[in-house]
Unconditional design. Structure first.
Length: 141
């Protein structure tokens, strides 16, 4: 394992890679949810439809984990090296009033033409804010 340099971390956090959000269920077990995110000024922002189970888990226990990772193509030696950013942090849930954060996050993952063509019915969204306690950024080689 090697530590990622600053540019590698930035490339990963600003790419359209999906994060995996780990929350703790009522029995103390982790539950992992794939979710889009933004990294802004040292904080992770994610949104979700209101009423989703992971939101309730965060309210009950705000300790969460995030993993953002990518794998390289298969090499001749049979390995697929990866790069990953692992986060342990504290999350809060609040309304995403006017879907402001949802719109910002969608522009990271969806091109402008597709965004303009979407006419989804408005559904209430919640904002998840994750303040990292620790960030580990490593590559498998």
């Amino acid at each position: 394992m090697r530590r990622l340099d600053e540019l590698e971390v930035e490339d990963l956090l600003f790419s359209d890679t999906v994060a995996r959000l780990a929350t703790i269920d009522s029995h103390g077990y982790p539950h992992v949810t794939p979710i889009w995110f933004l990294w802004v000024d040292g904080v992770f922002y994610l949104t979700s439809y209101a009423g989703r189970p992971h939101l309730d888990r965060i309210v009950r226990n705000p300790r969460v984990g995030l993993v953002i990772d990518v794998e390289a193509a298969l090499r001749p030696d049979g390995e697929r090296p990866n790069k990953q950013v692992r986060v342990i942090g504290d999350a809060t849930v609040s309304p995403d009033r006017g879907s402001v954060w949802t719109a910002r996050i969608r522009t990271k993952y969806v091109d402008a033409v597709t965004l303009a063509a979407q006419h989804a019915a408005h559904r209430e969204r919640a904002l998840i804010t994750v303040v990292p306690r620790t960030i580990t950024a490593v590559a498998s080689i």
